[in-house]
Design a protein around this ligand. Sequence first.
Ligand SMILES: [Zn+2]
Length: 81
Amino acid sequence: MNKKERFIKKKKIIRQKRDLKRYHDRIERDQILLDKKKKIFEEGPEERYENPFKNYPGRNELCFCGSGKKFKKCHLLQIFK
Ligand SMILES: [Zn+2]
């Protein structure tokens, strides 16, 4: 093996190591993302914000005002006017 061949071989090994590292980094990143998704799926999203609809009835439930209309057709419209 001459000098040039050794040099090429060395370069090749360096490139392979680099690719392998990138590959492992990617796997690690994917795993972190996957864990996050799994956590959200299992535990629900973190309470990052207060749900503005928390104290209101569902859209298709009767409105709290007793009008007999569905919430979405009654006070929902007025609240978010
Ligand atoms: Zn109402």
